[in-house]
Design a protein around this ligand. Structure first.
Ligand code: ZN
Length: 145
């Protein structure tokens, strides 16, 4: 069953991450610094190397792909909610190489920023907390009935 709750726009932060930082950690740190517990994030830029995940639905485990060369961030889209009570960024990225060939997946830690411009939009709304989902084995949003 589809489940959702209404939220409204809050503060919006526009910025760039520092050279060489971890992409996922850098975005998470902005959320912690600005106390963003609910929101969305998007970004473009470039990375020195990347690590993205693919969720194997049968094994219920993430398989990770390491791309150890420069890539463009053609798109990063993600959301911010709570996991274990802490701000948690869930993001997916599409990255392209020198030939324009694209790779993508679940953004994992281990992706090194070359340059990254982000937009972080905070939402006002109810608490969105992640917890174990039986159907998928993933830490999805829990909705009270
Ligand atoms: Zn994901």
């Amino acid at each position: 069953m589809t489940k959702y709750k209404q939220v409204s726009s809050g503060e919006i932060f526009l910025g760039k991450l520092s050279f060489g930082c971890d992409l996922l950690e850098g975005l998470t740190n902005v959320c912690i610094e600005r106390n963003v517990k609910l929101g969305r994030v998007e970004a473009i830029g470039a990375v020195q190397s990347a690590r993205v995940g693919f969720y194997n639905q049968q094994n219920r485990t993430y398989q990770f792909i390491s791309l150890d060369y420069p890539l463009e961030i053609t798109h990063l889209a993600g959301n911010v909610s709570l996991k274990g009570g802490n701000s948690f960024v869930h993001a997916h990225v599409t990255l392209s190489d020198e030939k324009g060939k694209a790779y993508g997946g679940h953004l994992a830690s281990g992706t090194k920023v070359f340059a990254c411009e982000f937009v972080l939009e905070a939402f006002n709304g109810p608490r969105f907390e992640r917890g174990f989902d039986n159907e998928t084995g993933l830490p999805l949003w829990l909705f009270q009935e």
